[in-house]
Design a protein around this ligand. Structure first.
Ligand code: ADP
Ligand code: ZN
Length: 810
């Protein structure tokens, strides 16, 4: 083989090197070694899997190249447009290409070479049609079932794939499907025909049995045995007994893996909705772009319940009607079962859901459906943006202001911002959706970079809730310990009123657990996490002290472990304590708590939402999880128990986050046919974020906040990059960040770049490491990028976090 035709591949590998490494492509792998396919190679002493990003004929001078050991894919797993997006990400986020491509693929995608094949009876009888076929058949005869990779190493054919394809076509070899697992079946039950009273009588005196019957009667649909068990705390034996008694009918059904059991067999009742004129106008704009097949970015805004979802789902249908595919991004899919159900109803098998709660095999199976073009509507969290869809027509980013779009490990990308990049390259319509857009999007709309579509009315009769401000400073008999939560006179009055009217109530306390601190009044011991340096949160029911930063936990002590005094006191309040106080104030009222602790229990979230939806529970206490995406028409009162919790946080986005939370919680009140009420308890009633949320003055908030950002040179007026050094040694971390700071500020390219720091990070100690940071920002994003490219070490010998456009400065 003349040197001229030697082939080389640049391979992005999961190692913290900025650039791909170059390998030689052996003849046997030439056909399969294409950009976007995965390859196994040796790196140093390790054997790793990377993605081929480029194939070329330029032999680098004076380097001995190692060969590719194996190409894992028959077809590329990353298409050309996704490779382009990967290059953009690596450059913009200053992230290693290998980490970028790894983030774009589902975890542990099985290699094509792992596929098992075997000789069929037909194959064993028919004579081979070529030498190549003869070689393959000989190996299969000898080995029985074998993997493609093993076969390849035995026969060493360059065109093994073509040979196998020919054999498979004639039915002479069989192979397992290239997927993690085939369909699974689940056991489901439903109530047998007949009267509920008879069923209950048949269930007899067993509380569990009656619970199962009541649960199924209440939800009015079949449910999996697992769901029923969790919801009614009944064992499978109880369910089996009811089946035997004829109370329940049992059946199996194919589990669509990605679907929440919440959605099992949901009856298809969609009320016919006639769009209002503002909705029709917005939809018309979107459809116009779909027809032009051009890139066009939009900001769709309107308060909660104004019908934004209805608009973008119809736009998605219009895109599909034009043969184009759709990506629907949500911050956290587990929190929006109602949306998942609506999307499932509209798109059926055309839909793939990339649920963040899915196991790797399940995720991979959905991903394969997308790659094969079987599903062309994808719903999922930020990583769903990388779905291998062809002919993309529309990307929707719901709740675009949500920080969950930002990935907090490398590559630290923002799914919302990348949606615009992918959309631009694909010539698609992009819709950012929000009731309270991020400041970035507001400014982009002002500057004409996003076309604004505004929904002005609330659907149905729902009117804006009435805002009520409680100035905690004027409350009598109130303790002023930081973080304590109070039920003010006014709030108690409003709750009594709502309960008396048979309405539902949502109370927000953005902190889980019983109390943020368990303090010894005698010696001041506050049970800090030794690794993170902050007090552990007291979880009374679980009898644990848990560090909310690293998750480490210890048993809650009875007496102070330091001074042995019986003087421990819970300071401040989390959801668990709010629930306790509430039960004391309103005995007998059914209440549930929604936070990460309760949602994590199996069936927890779905069952809890269903109880509240049915009205079995009148009051829901929760963290910001209560503010997300749910639609509860019977909620007449919502309250934020301590609006200041975030305001003083050392993060320039703290005010924006507080405002968003307040508005979202307000939006939960009065979504049905009656206006609701909305209580804010605060120590800072004059603060503009609180005032704006109270009066529904969104423009006013944006004006004040943009002014603050401009004056202090914060994003969106600047691009910001956080550099953070983590180290076991405090001195070393400090030295390293000081060195970086000096290098940056002294560099000739640093003109117009502001450097703040070095300083301890807000969480100076986390998981046993010391953390020091600096913030670099500039109105000229490109200039900042150039400076960082010049100065930052290409292959740092220490732990350096580079966060471009940081969302949380922790
Ligand atoms: P948003 O996404 O802005 O919070 P949704 O699209 O979820 O609002 O709409 C809120 C509720 O109003 C949903 O139950 C939806 O079905 C209903 N809805 C939306 N548009 C209309 C309309 N034009 N007429 C009647 N009901 C509507
Ligand atoms: Zn910790």
């Amino acid at each position: 083989m003349p040197e001229l035709f030697a082939t080389f591949a640049d391979i992005a590998l999961p190692v913290p090197l900025p650039d791909p490494l170059i390998y030689q492509v052996p003849l046997a792998w030439r056909a399969q070694a294409v950009p976007g396919a995965r390859a196994r190679v040796d790196v140093g002493k390790r054997r790793l899997i990377g993605v081929i990003v480029k194939v070329h004929h330029d032999r680098p001078e004076g380097i001995a190249l190692r060969p590719i050991l194996e190409v894992l894919d028959r077809e590329p797993v990353l298409t050309d447009d996704l490779l382009g997006l990967a290059r953009f990400m690596a450059d913009y986020y200053l992230a290693p290409m290998g980490e970028v491509v790894r983030a774009m693929l589902p975890a542990s995608l099985p290699p094509w070479g792992d596929r098992k094949i075997w000789l069929t009876d037909a194959g064993a009888l028919a004579p081979p049609r070529s030498d190549a076929e003869a070689a393959v058949i000989a190996v299969l005869r000898e080995k029985g079932r074998t993997t493609v990779a093993a076969l390849q190493s035995q026969v060493g054919l360059a065109d093994l794939d073509a040979v196998l394809a020919g054999l498979a076509e004639g039915g002479r070899v069989g192979g397992e499907e290239h997927r993690a697992r085939s369909a699974r079946y689940v056991n489901a039950v439903e109530l047998a025909r007949g009267e509920l009273a008879d069923h209950l009588a048949a269930a007899g005196r067993s509380a569990e049995g009656r619970g199962v019957v009541e649960y199924l009667a209440a939800i009015g649909r079949p449910a999996t045995v697992a769901e029923v068990g969790a919801a009614a705390s009944a064992s499978p034996a109880v369910v089996r007994r009811l089946v035997k008694l004829g109370v329940l009918r049992q059946f199996t059904q194919v589990e669509r893996l990605a679907l929440d059991r919440h959605m099992l067999g949901v009856p298809g009742e969609t009320p016919e909705i006639v769009l209002r004129s503002d909705q029709s106008h917005a939809l018309g704009q979107l459809v116009g772009v779909l027809d032009r097949q051009a890139f066009a970015p939009f900001l769709l805004r309107g308060m909660t319940g104004s019908g934004k979802t209805e608009v973008y789902l119809r736009a998605a249908e219009e895109a599909r009607a034009r043969g184009r595919s759709v990506i629907l991004l949500v911050p956290e899919i587990a929190l929006v079962p109602a949306l998942a159900r609506a999307v499932e109803q509209r798109f059926g098998d055309d839909l793939a859901i990339l649920h963040s709660g899915l196991g790797t095999g399940e995720r991979h199976q959905e991903w394969e459906r997308v790659r094969r073009g079987e599903a062309r509507v994808v719903l999922g969290p930020r990583s769903a943006l990388f779905a291998p869809l062809a002919d993309l027509g529309l990307i929707v980013v719901d709740e675009e202001q949500d920080t969950a779009y930002k990935q907090e490990v490398s590559p630290r990308y923002n799914g919302r911002d990348l949606a615009l990049v992918r959309g631009r390259d694909a010539g698609a319509a992009i819709v950012l959706v929000s009731a309270t857009p991020s400041l970035e999007s507001r400014l982009n709309a002002e500057r004409g970079k996003l076309e604004l579509l505004t929904l002005t009315e609330r659907a149905g009769q729902g009117r804006l809730p009435e805002g009520i401000l409680v100035d905690l400073r004027e409350e009598k008999e109130i303790s002023r310990r930081p973080g304590d939560v109070h039920f003010s006179e006014r709030l108690r009055f409003e709750i009594r009123q709502a309960l008396a009217d048979g309405d539902q109530v949502i109370l927000l306390r953005n902190r889980r657990g019983y109390s943020p601190i368990l303090l010894c009044r005698a010696c001041g011991e506050d049970m800090r996490c030794p690794d993170c340096g902050l007090p552990r949160t007291y979880h009374r029911r679980a009898k644990r002290l848990i560090c909310h930063y690293c998750g480490s936990m210890i048993r809650a002590p009875q007496v102070c472990p330091q001074c042995k005094e019986d003087a421990l006191e819970a300071i401040g309040a989390g959801t668990e304590r709010v629930e306790e106080d509430f039960k004391e104030l309103f005995p007998g009222v059914a209440v549930d708590v929604l936070d990460r602790d309760t949602a994590r229990r199996p069936g927890g979230l779905a069952a809890l939402l269903e109880r509240f939806d049915r009205g079995d529970v009148q009051v829901l206490i929760g963290t910001q999880m209560v503010s997300k995406g749910h639609h509860f028409p019977k909620v007449a009162l919502t309250a934020v128990l301590a609006a200041d919790a975030y305001l003083r946080f050392p993060d320039f986005r703290a005010v924006e986050r507080t405002y968003n939370l307040l508005v979202q919680v307000a939006g939960r009140a009065g979504r049905g046919d009656r206006p609701g009420r909305f209580v804010i308890q605060t120590w800072h009633p004059e603060h503009y974020a609180i005032q704006a949320a109270l009066r529904g003055d969104d423009e006013g908030f944006a004006r004040e906040e943009l002014h603050f950002r401009r004056v202090f040179h914060y994003p969106p007026y600047t691009r910001m990059v956080q550099l953070l050094v983590r180290d076991k040694s405090r001195d070393r971390a400090q030295e390293l960040i000081a060195g970086l700071t000096a290098q940056l500020s002294g560099h000739p390219l640093s003109k117009g770049v502001r450097i703040s720091g070095p300083a301890p990070a807000p969480l100076e100690r986390l998981r046993g490491e010391w953390r020091f940071q600096l913030l670099a920002r500039s109105a000229d994003g490109r200039a900042l990028h150039r400076l960082l490219e010049e100065v930052l070490p290409k292959n740092p010998s220490y732990d350096l976090v580079i966060d471009v456009d940081p969302q949380q400065l922790l």
